[in-house]
Design a protein around this ligand. Structure first.
Ligand code: FES
Length: 345
């Protein structure tokens, strides 16, 4: 198995696109103000709503590619990331889909309760931490296996569309708890038996053999989005497939790996906090500054950025440019250090 790193080429391209009015949101990427053109339930149980955004003047939106996501600034000021799940060839609209998570951090509840057709919403320019490498394959692929768990279907849906258009052999295993909770089943019908549904209520919990069944052992690629345990079992199983690429996007932050304890000193107050070896620097900051801004906790939204004034950071995010790093920017949700960092707090 070859585990592929996230790429940011689509974001770098989008960053240069300034045709629409943009607002300087400080440490956030540029945002554009769009209007909600449509809101529709896309599951039979109503647990997922799809929102379509358009430019108020009807103009074209910045381009994006399968696997991209956008930041959505909610009325409360919270920023959440959602995958784009429409058609990248349609530059007139963006579509996201949001599952209501009663036990979540409140973003999905706010989307369901307050984002209505006609409202204006600030949306970040598309970024891609989960790019589909169509056109970049070194050799013809025998198959691309797409695997979606629950709302993980959102980045996978444009990938299916793109692979179909590029005539790349592909298949999709789409897992859900119940049929009623699975989004976009109607849209997927056009692909016939390339799409296999695995419904826990009917088929029992999906085993990794269900997910990888029939996958060629050479010249294949797997793109998966879903809960961390599902991705972990796929990753472990693919260790037996040395010639299969594995690309994944997680719902939840990855655990800290190879971390060492270090300290953060707050320059403005002189306060010092210890970051445990298995803890993120963001969690250590939140313990004493609970109002600290953050969002993705995975090192791509940049909302948690702080400036390092002294010390040697160990950057574990690809979201910062060399210019950001030279300016001292540091993403405490993923990045660390071996010794004390003095930060601008
Ligand atoms: S919270 Fe998103 S980069 Fe840190």
């Amino acid at each position: 198995m070859r585990v592929m790193n996230a790429g940011l080429s689509a974001w770098m391209w989008a960053e240069k696109f300034t045709r629409l009015p943009a607002v300087d949101t400080g440490e956030h990427p540029e945002f554009i103000e769009l209007a909600i053109a449509e809101r529709v339930a896309v599951t039979d149980d109503g647990s997922v709503v799809a929102l379509t955004f358009v430019a108020p003047d009807g103009g074209l939106l910045p381009a994006w590619f399968a696997g991209a996501h956008v930041d959505v600034r909610l009325p409360s000021g919270a920023v959440r990331q959602y995958s784009l799940c429409g058609d990248p060839r349609d530059r007139s609209r963006y579509r996201i889909a949001v599952r209501l998570l009663p036990d979540g951090r409140g973003g999905s509840a706010e989307v369901h309760a307050s984002l209505l057709p006609g409202m204006r919403v600030w949306i970040g320019l598309p970024r891609n931490a989960f790019p589909l490498a169509v056109g970049g394959f070194n050799q013809p692929l025998s198959e691309v296996r797409l695997i979606a768990g629950g709302i993980g279907i959102t980045p996978i849906l444009p990938m299916a569309r793109r692979l179909e258009a590029a005539a790349v052999p592909w298949s999709l295993i789409y897992c859900g708890r119940t049929r009623e909770s699975m989004a976009f089943l109607g849209e997927l019908e056009q692909y016939g038996d390339r799409v296999r549904r695995h419904i826990d209520e009917v088929d029992g919990p999906a085993a990794v053999t269900d997910l990888l069944n029939g996958l060629p052992k050479t010249a294949a690629a797997v793109y998966a989005c879903g809960p961390a345990p599902m991705l972990d079992v796929i990753r472990q199983a693919l260790a037996q497939y040395p010639d299969v690429e594995f690309h994944a996007e997680r719902f939840t932050p990855a655990p800290v790996v190879d971390g060492a304890e270090f300290e953060l000193r707050f320059a403005k107050t002189g306060e010092t906090v210890t970051v445990a070896a298995d803890e993120t620097a963001l969690d250590a900051i939140l313990a004493v500054r609970p109002d600290t801004t953050y969002s993705c906790r995975q090192g791509f939204c940049r909302s948690c950025v702080v400036r390092v004034l002294d010390g040697e950071p160990e950057h574990r995010s690809q979201a910062l440019s060399q210019r950001d790093i030279d300016a001292g920017h540091f993403l405490p949700c993923v990045s660390r250090a071996q010794e004390t960092l003095v930060i601008d707090l």
